[in-house]
Design a protein around this ligand. Structure first.
Ligand code: PMP
Length: 437
């Protein structure tokens, strides 16, 4: 056994605490917009955990639903059998989803949702007699989780390179079609030329009839909040439709209200064929994801027994009762409190405050959409990411949680944030940026 204060024994990979074994940063509890650290300090959550705690922390309704479900039916086998809450949740999700997406596949994470979506796309073409469609196209700077499928289609080369081929037949659209810097643009940038032509070019290069699916985050989150130019997603939709290619939106971050509509598909008015979600589905409390599929796609390979045998897919914990109960209580909370549209109401004020940081030292770009914001900092020569990491540490010390990726600070507060809390967030951040980072 190990002593609780023997931090060496609790060494874990990939935590920021690795460098700080003597003074680790740990949370002991949380309520609504705030975390409390193990040393008793309050930290305003500027990131909704990891873009997931959309309704704020430890919401009684969600906590109670989990408690109740755990005491009533803890587990039901995911195959052949079931339980009513998984069905109830599927109905609720179908009602929330864009028109014509009435089928969901349950998963346990964003990464699993992405792998599920890619397999569904390949299975669909196969049963339609188009098995020659095997190529998957992602986007540079896209993030789709960390499983094999998501690592392959993801656009972060450093995440892929040590694994060699991963999935074959994967290509990536250049990210130049999403202007990396919006030069302090407010809202959605204008279409910077016919940027989606990159997709047309790649599709033509490979022979369109070999391409199965294109996967994009409607707004690239984890890699630095890259806002799509006007018309871009519609152009992708048109190109995919023209060539019989399925369009997958990875809505793991944008799903459940982040942009001010239930999904980015609603926000942009562009409906994909498949949509991946996770995070906000259960308010980040219990692992669960859901992949939404257009009826036509579902029916093509799930309505005949022979296809169902070929397409074996599901997890031990798919539609788990406790996760389903958490998701239902989360949806209730979103709906009762108007949280699925609240980001839209707060966006102008959030944008105003965010852009007021424009003249702080080292700020070279600001981007935002809904309740997502990014502040890009000028890198220190030879020490990439150091400035943003300094900002993270100073913010944390001053009671504010921000997320950094490279030299970019990302903000995605819980959707319950008040105007006063937005003021506190940006006051703290201004202090950090003015403090010689
Ligand atoms: N897709 C997107 C767009 C994401 O942002 C993430 C996580 N940040 C994932 C997939 C992976 O989700 P998870 O970490 O739950 O596997």
């Amino acid at each position: 056994s190990v002593a609780p204060n023997d931090l060496e024994a609790f060494w874990m990979p990939f935590t920021a605490n690795r460098q700080f074994k003597k003074a680790p940063r740990m949370f002991a509890s949380a309520k609504d917009m705030y975390y409390t650290t193990t040393d008793g300090r309050e930290v305003l959550d500027g990131t909704a955990g990891l873009w997931c705690v959309n309704a704020g922390h430890c919401r009684p309704k969600i906590t109670e639903a989990i408690r109740e479900q755990a005491g009533e039916l803890d587990y039901a086998p995911a195959f052949q059998l079931g339980h009513p809450k998984a069905f109830e949740l599927a109905n609720r999700l179908a009602a929330l989803a864009p028109e014509g997406m009435n089928h969901v596949f349950y998963t346990n994470s964003g990464s699993e949702s992405v792998d599920t979506a890619l397999k569904i796309a390949l299975a669909y073409h196969r049963v339609k007699g188009e098995g020659s469609r095997f190529r998957l196209i992602g986007r540079e700077r896209g993030y789709h989780g960390i499983n094999f499928g998501g690592t392959s289609v993801g656009g972060i080369v450093s995440n892929r390179k040590m694994f060699g081929t991963l999935l074959t037949g994967v290509d990536h659209m250049p990210h130049t079609h999403l202007p990396e810097k919006n030069a302090f643009t407010r809202g959605q940038p204008e279409h910077g030329g016919d940027l989606a032509d990159e997709l047309e070019r790649i599709v033509t290069l490979h022979d369109a009839s070999t391409v199965a699916a294109v996967i994009v985050e409607p707004l690239a989150g984890s890699t630095g909040v890259l806002v799509p130019p006007k018309g871009y997603l519609q152009r992708l939709r048109d190109i995919c439709t023209k060539h019989g290619i399925l369009l997958i939106f990875d809505e793991v971050i944008t799903g459940y209200g982040r942009l001010g509509a239930p999904f980015a598909a609603d926000f942009f008015g562009v409906t994909p064929d498949i949509m991946t979600t996770a995070k906000g589905l259960t308010n980040g409390v219990i692992p669960m994801g859901a992949v939404f599929v257009k009826d036509e796609i579902h029916d093509a390979f799930m309505n005949g027994p022979e296809h169902m045998i070929e397409f074996m897919h599901g997890y031990t914990y798919s539609g788990n009762p406790i996760a389903s109960a958490a998701a239902l209580a989360t949806l209730d909370t979103y709906e009762e409190e108007g949280l699925l549209t609240r980001a839209g109401e707060l966006a102008p004020y959030f944008e105003e405050q965010l852009h007021s940081l424009k003249d702080c030292p080292h700020v070279i770009d600001i981007r935002n959409m809904g309740l997502v914001g990014a502040i890009e900092l000028e890198p220190i020569a030879g020490e990439p990411t150091k400035r943003a990491f300094n900002a993270f540490l100073k913010a944390y010390e001053d009671g504010l949680l921000i997320r950094t990726t490279g030299d970019i600070i990302a903000l995605s507060p819980p959707l319950i944030i008040s105007r006063e809390e937005i003021d506190i967030l940006f006051d703290k951040l201004r202090k950090v940026l003015m403090n010689n980072i």
